[in-house]
Design a protein. Sequence first.
Lengths: 633, 248
Amino acid sequence: MNMLRFQKLPATLALAAALLLPAFLHAQTISVDLSQEVAAVNQPVVLNIVVTNGNVTQLPAQVTGDGLDIRFIGSSNRVEINNFKRVDTAIYSYQVTPLRTGDLIIPSILVKMGTKSYQTKTLKLRVGGNSGGVPVLPALPAGPGRPTSPYGNPYGQPQIQQQRVPQPQPQQQQQQQAPDPDRIIFGELVIPKKTAYVGEVIPVELRFYFAADVPVQQPEMPNFSGDGFTVMNFSKPTLREQEVEGVAYNVIVFQTAITPAKAGELEISPAALRAQVSVPMQTPQGMDDFISSFFANSGFGMQLREIEVKTKGSRLTVKPLPAEGRPDDFSGAIGQFTLRATASPKTAAAGDPISLDVTVAGRGNFDAMGAPTLQDSEAWKSYPPNESFRASPSDPIGYNGEKTFKYMIVARTDTNTTPTPEFSFFDPAVEKYVTLRAGPVAVTAKGGSAAASSAATTTSAPAATPTPAPSVAPTPTPPADLLAKVRPASFEPFALSRGFLMGNVVAALLWIILGLVGIVRAFTRSDYARRSHQRRENQKLLHRAQDPSLSAEEFFPVAADFVRSRLAPDGSSSDTSELVAAADLTPETREGILAILNHGDAWRYSAGSSSRLGAEERQQLLAYLKAFDEEVR
Amino acid sequence: MKKCAKFFVCLTVFLVLGAAWIRAGAIEDGDAAFAKGDWQAAATAYKTALSTNGPSAGLYYNLATAQTKAGDRNAAAVNLRRALMLDPRLSDARVSLSEIERSQGVAPVKDDWRVFLAEKVSLTAIVVVGAVIFWIGAFGFLFVLVRSPRFGSIAGFILVALVGAVIGAAGALSDPKISDRHTGVIIAPEAVGLLSAPADQSQAVAKVSPATPVRILGRSGDWTYCQDGTGQRGWLPSSSVEPVVPAT
């Protein structure tokens, strides 16, 4: 048996490995994106290389691009568990500073992962004289130290070909407070705009500076809220080292976005962060300075102190969305978006649906965005779309990304093109409403006869101008807009209907009864029940033996049965005298019981003996039996 | 005695046939009026049919279609919701309701898994299948426990019962007759304010567009306490809100 188990072990392990292997096998991907595609001269944007499940060993510190200054500024990591799969994502950031106007091409970047090399795709940056109101967060300059994540980096850091990077000078820092190197700990609230529109999403960074010799531990999520605007969820914090005018700082950065809810001057309250820092303990009076400095420098004599770091507040002028030029299908989307549409399958038989996927990509308030409208859709019957949002991999707050609206459309008549999706939004960069159309997708679809008749009725009978029907006589079939099936129904939920509840109650009662029967049956067959029964039988025999009316012929068999029953409840085949001899009894009791058994044999086999049992003798024999009963128990 | 019995049988047959004729007549009248483009008459006939025939998803849909054509979009929204409550797979009603809500400026609400489930399969079938699977698991568990208790078998039947319970619960929770039982629809012609107190002069905490669904939390006199889709709670005049489940 054990051998068999060991033979099965490898097969079991192989099966387990086969089941678990997919959980650890995961694809290695590299993608690249820009924080925005539109910028102004000398206004830096961030290029992120997102590496999933890969260990980057080498990246260039500087990349040459026509009209562009591209420098590595840092990295961050995150670990996610998706469907029992661990996904490690590392984001390597470059600051891209355009030096002239025009459509500038960001060249591909060589990424080395061990022995393999990858080239990222080229990207286009549109550079104008100004950013046109597109919110741009000033990049955090990389310091001489290595940027890292407060949650640790499972891969270690790639080798950057040139470690020392000159400090870029972001242009748009009108709301930044200049860090004061005299301060040990301070916060900074970075808002890239001074004016915004109601409903516009504005990315915000909260930066908390801790002097490098003040180790910080366990930062909580910052407290940042206020009246007149809503705050999105915070990103996971990233930790960078930065040198400000000769003073080294650890900077904890949180990203979020705010959305103004009303027009007017908006006061933005300071953000506060609670964290623990290590500070030297108070030196006891009389301790030598040399000893106290030794303990402090070696890490002893430090204590954790909980502190709160606050940024300064800020102000924002919030304007209402203009009423002029507002398209009828404007649903509240504010930002910069593109629109594209795909359809599948390309061929549909009569009544078969086609999935029309309309994707709105870009940056803005995806949460408040309504679905695009479908124009030129007379030949189609459409259903409300399902929505799904996918944030850009390098965007931790859901500001950049794409939202896909999946429409199911069914052709009413034969047609070769899908409806034309149309999407309107307000672009704060140009301060105008923009309407995008994604051209109809070429498909081949057959119209259903029922749908066609319905469509014909719909198109021939506008809501405001009822068209008289050619025949006034009532017809047994209802008009095409109506439903022919008029089945009775009830507002009572089926799950709460009397029939369903009664059925379940009956099943439950049956289950309870069967359960009780099972319990009783199991109990009556148990050892405990059998022993209890035997005990009751024994007591009956003893009680019967005490009956004074019993004759000797009757008494001794009863007494013998009692003794045997007590010593061999399971019906042993051994002789009763042998059982008595082997039992743990006092000598006096044993002799008495053996005498009863012998007397019984004598009474049984001796003919003509008197059947009377004297009262004294009966008492003596009963005393033996009771003593025997006690001792056996 | 025999004559008396014959009389009652004849009377019963007469009443049943008469009622069926009246009901069928109302529906046919509605269809005929609709075909003629007399939307008001069609709506009235369908209301008559509903009052005599009882609830029907098809009748509510036809009534809503007539009301839409007649320009009464808010009443149509209520009746389309009733049609969908009775038959969640009535996709035509869902499309019409979506169009009405879009035209009335109602903020779109993302459908959750319950709507998805209700659209795809019969909720009654799901509830029945879930209950059957649950009881198979429950009785199997009992049988194994009494006859030959083994961990694998017991765990298996418990799992079967749990799966059945989850399926049944999913079906029950997806039923709009349960989930939308306390839903009402704004039938006021213009947007109305959710008031902080049941009084005309009280402050409005939010505005709700016509045809917007709200959750009815209670009533006090001529006022209804409601919660809109954003979670704002307030009072509305009862005449502005029509419960989806009609009062019996």
